[in-house]
Design a protein around this ligand. Structure first.
Ligand code: PAF
Length: 283
């Protein structure tokens, strides 16, 4: 695996591969890789001849009170995991390499509307940071495809919208959530949970599954189903940030007419903010 830290070195390597007719896939990450990330890499390998994984803890998507400083950085471990998958290229730039004028002074990409709800409402500015770094990585690598996890469902929708709005020539692939054996969605932030919190954490997914069953069996009053789910989360020890039943393709509240739904939720367990989602298909 080639480990590259500068944009110029990466671009000259990718130019050669492109000239040799090799297709390129990009997997952007912030490191601390778990099996969910490795699944993104495997999927990328099925779609392209060269896979570039990026590890960059992007400061512009964290607000002042968030966990930028404590975000887990496990570079050596990550390299071993990527090596074991025969990843072609790891791009791990410094902050100065990516933001030579400083993160606050950089031009940025803003996707309107769908960034203002859900995680965007609780984390103002977060998605501007995400779209800016992802757009920069797309421009730097000029890959044919990029793979993102569906756990960050809103992030995936925002990136798809950016690609569509700005005519970026790349195909976006969404990869289903990878879960622990007890159902907890894999996330780098799970490592923040205490032993006691970790024992409670699977309830999050269980409550979303019960919510799905309630929609499928009694699903006429979505508001009361949502209220029940929030109450269940509180009783289990969570502090819900949001829980909504949305139209899966529009990221808007669902109506009785919509068939393809998604239950999207974020909740705090202690100081750790977890997110998860579950698809619901009504016939
Ligand atoms: O999902 C993530 O890890 C990050 O938001 C991403 C897409 C790598 C951008 O920093």
């Amino acid at each position: 695996m080639l480990i590259i830290h500068t944009i110029s070195e990466l671009q000259s390597e990718l130019k050669q591969r492109r000239q040799a007719g090799r297709s390129l896939a990009l997997v952007p990450t912030m490191g601390n890789l778990h099996p969910g990330h490795l699944q993104l890499v495997s999927t990328a390998q099925q779609h392209a001849e060269t896979v570039i994984v990026t590890i960059f803890v992007n400061p512009t998507q964290f607000s002042a009170h968030e966990d930028l400083d404590s975000y887990p950085r496990t570079f050596k471990d990550d390299c071993q995991k990527l090596e074991s998958l025969n990843t072609d290229i790891l791009f791990a730039p410094s902050i100065d390499e990516i933001y030579p004028h400083g993160g606050k002074n950089t031009s940025h990409v803003h996707v309107p509307h769908i960034t203002e709800v859900l995680c965007g409402a609780s984390r103002p500015g977060h998605f501007d940071g995400v779209t800016t770094i992802v757009c920069k990585l797309f421009n730097i690598c000029q890959a044919d495809i990029a793979v993102f996890g569906e756990k960050d469902f809103q992030q995936l929708a925002v990136i798809r919208r950016m690609v569509d709005d700005l005519n970026i020539p790349i195909r976006i692939i969404g990869e289903p959530i990878v879960r622990e054996a007890d159902g907890l969605a894999m996330s780098s932030r799970n490592g923040y949970l205490s032993e006691e919190e970790r024992a409670i954490a699977p309830r999050f997914h269980q409550i979303l599954q019960h919510t799905k069953q309630a929609i499928l069996t009694t699903g006429t009053n979505l508001n009361s189903i949502v209220s029940r789910a929030k109450k269940d989360l509180i009783e289990a020890g969570f502090k819900p940030d949001y829980l909504h039943i949305y139209q899966r393709h529009e990221l808007k509240p669902a109506t009785q007419q919509n068939k393809e739904l998604i239950i999207v939720a974020a909740a705090f367990l202690g100081s750790t903010r977890l997110i998860d989602n579950v698809y619901v298909n009504r016939t």
